[in-house]
Ligand binder design. Structure first.
Ligand SMILES: C[S@@+](CC[C@H](N)C(=O)[O-])C[C@H]1O[C@@H](n2cnc3c(N)ncnc32)[C@H](O)[C@@H]1O
Length: 220
């Protein structure tokens, strides 16, 4: 694994030094795949919005403590939730920061982005102790170890697995989140995965590929 960042045409891109033919990967909230989801919706977005308890008249504020490509956070922010992302991989945090900077300058979504989406670079077990607002919801989507590189694991998830640390501390993150979120913690898992930290959620919402486990807080 040998990734680096390069600024090109005003966009920060991730480059695989072992595969220079690969198009640099940028985070594009304005016109990329993520933007398409904003315009046309998608099953995962509906499920994640239900899972965080978002409804007309109440858009909860959320800390996404495992931001990654920022896709889930972006979808929730465009629904009207105030979302603060935390990401500990420096490469990912820089890509997110650049994506956010460009989105904030966009005529259509700039204001929404400034109002609803923010980022800190750091380790969530520390950052959760001083977030910009008290989170009603903490959203966790830790990396799930895929044993081998296969065509079934999407390229962008493979890259994340290459550059981000293994999330071996995800159980501890859930335990901490449960003491901080004022309404619930939502954990996104592959549909066949065990419960994080072996803690049974109060309820789950299932899609074809994923499960959103919902832990109401304070825990009984
Ligand atoms: C599976 S990805 C999340 C994908 C994200 N939900 C999306 O929609 O793009 C997990 C990300 O969480 C980050 N992460 C995991 N544990 C973390 C922690 N304790 N603190 C900060 N970031 C963490 C990893 O570096 C990785 O980028």
């Amino acid at each position: 694994m040998n990734y680096s960042l390069e600024m090109n045409n005003g966009q920060l891109g991730l480059i695989d030094q072992d595969n220079l033919e690969m198009t640099p990967i940028v985070i594009d909230f304005i016109s990329g795949k993520t933007a398409y989801r904003r315009k046309y919706g998608h099953a995962g977005g509906e499920a994640s919005s239900k899972a965080v308890g978002s409804k007309k008249g109440h858009r909860p504020n959320i800390v996404d403590a495992t931001a990654g490509w920022g896709r889930d956070a972006f979808v929730l922010a465009t629904l009207g939730c105030r979302v603060h992302m935390i990401e500990r991989s420096e490469l990912m945090a820089k890509l997110l920061e650049d994506g956010l900077r460009r989105a904030e300058q966009d005529e259509k979504i700039g204001k929404l982005m400034k109002d609803n989406l923010s980022l800190s670079f750091g380790e969530s077990q520390q950052e959760l102790l001083h977030t910009p607002f008290e989170p009603e919801v903490i959203y966790l989507d830790p990396m799930f170890p895929h044993k081998e590189k296969s065509a079934l694991v999407k390229k962008d998830m493979q890259i994340l697995q290459d550059i981000a640390e293994q999330d071996t501390d995800a159980d501890a993150l859930l335990h901490l989140a449960l003491t901080i979120a004022t309404n619930r913690v939502v954990v996104k898992r592959p549909s066949t995965a065990d419960f994080l930290a072996e803690i049974k959620p109060q309820t789950s919402i299932k899609t074809k590929k994923h499960r959103f486990d919902i832990y109401l807080t304070p825990q009984p």
